[in-house]
Design a protein around this ligand. Structure first.
Ligand code: DGY
Length: 319
């Protein structure tokens, strides 16, 4: 008997083909967003769940999953949507999909930097609404990336790929993480022991830290005040890392010249203030949204499932 896998969202064809080959999947062809009640209901009879970050597994949901469910194999690198302590306490295995989305997310981060610095939202709106009337030396003037200082808060896999790509723009890399990395990973990047010490060195600041109790609202008014005037902030990690009111105030006052955001608190019902800001370049959480990466994420989640059902330790176990 093949293990039964509850798959909460529509996945790429290649991933669903592999699921059908090796498992008895309960697929979601219409890509409906399940409520917690629907997940609990559908999980009856499942041996595993393959969810995305759009499904929340708080302690209450985990407690109501049938005993038969052995593993939550996430189709995501972030796993802040799962209460890992509750999963551990119940003996439920939880896995994620690291590494395979670092390139796509780093590319998106560079796009956020360029889009914010070169006023891409404003420019596109002008063209689409026929409001573009003229060219002049003072028209749509933005900021150049080349030669600037890029501060990276969280120098993990994604942060380091961003650094690598940004070196192509001759950017000087500064970073903060919980500890200094070895030289082969730093590649010349300058370590700052605290986020506060990193801030004055950031013409651009890219957030790449994981969501945790320590990083909630990490980018607050006090930290923003330490950035150089006119700095640009981008976020492709998790929305909770930002204090929205503080960021919006700094974008309004001109303390920050622009921001590029792909992730938000309370997605998709984001803080309405962002929509009013001409200097915010806004994307709808698409960091990993490339054909190549979405297939790789699915295969990585399946590799983890395969290991669990073969009685082995899954490579990406987080609980
Ligand atoms: C991730 O993998 O964490 C991305 O944010 C998509 O869920």
């Amino acid at each position: 008997m093949k293990p039964v896998v509850l798959v909460t969202r529509k996945l790429p064809d290649a991933v669903e083909d592999r699921l059908r080959r090796d498992y008895s999947p309960m697929l979601n062809p219409n890509d409906a967003l399940y409520t917690p009640e629907q997940i609990i209901e559908r999980a009856q009879g499942a041996d595993a769940i393959l969810p995305c970050h759009t499904e929340k597994f708080g302690a209450e949901v985990i407690a109501r999953l049938p005993e038969r469910v052995r593993v939550i194999a996430n189709f995501s690198v972030g796993y802040d949507h799962v209460d890992t302590a509750a999963a551990k306490a119940r003996g439920l295995i939880v896995t994620n999909t690291p590494e395979v989305l670092s390139d796509a997310t780093a590319e998106l981060t560079l796009m956020l930097m360029l889009g914010a610095a070169r006023r891409a939202s404003e420019g596109e709106r002008l063209v689409r609404t026929r409001a573009w009337k003229d060219w002049s030396p003072s028209f749509m003037v933005g900021t150049q990336l080349t030669g600037k200082r890029l501060g990276i808060l969280g120098f993990g896999r994604v942060g380091r790929v961003v650094a690598q790509r940004a070196r192509g723009f001759d950017m000087q890399i500064h970073y903060n993480d919980v500890q200094r990395l070895p030289p082969e990973l730093e590649q010349g990047a300058v370590f700052h022991p605290t986020p506060a010490e990193l801030m004055p060195h950031c013409d651009f600041l890219a957030l790449h830290c994981v969501a945790s109790p320590q990083t909630i609202k990490l980018l607050n008014a006090a930290l923003i005040a330490r950035l150089p005037d006119g700095a640009i902030v981008v976020n492709a990690s998790r929305g909770v890392v930002v204090d929205d009111d503080a960021l919006i105030a700094a974008l309004k006052s001109g303390k920050l010249s622009a921001a590029g955001l792909d992730v938000y608190n309370n997605e998709p019902d984001i803080h309405p203030g962002y929509r009013e800001l001409p200097n915010a370049f806004l994307m709808p959480h698409i960091g990993s949204a490339t054909k190549e990466t979405r297939i790789a994420m699915g295969f990585r989640a399946l590799d983890n499932l395969d290991a669990v059902f073969a009685g082995k330790e899954p490579r990406d176990r987080v609980a």
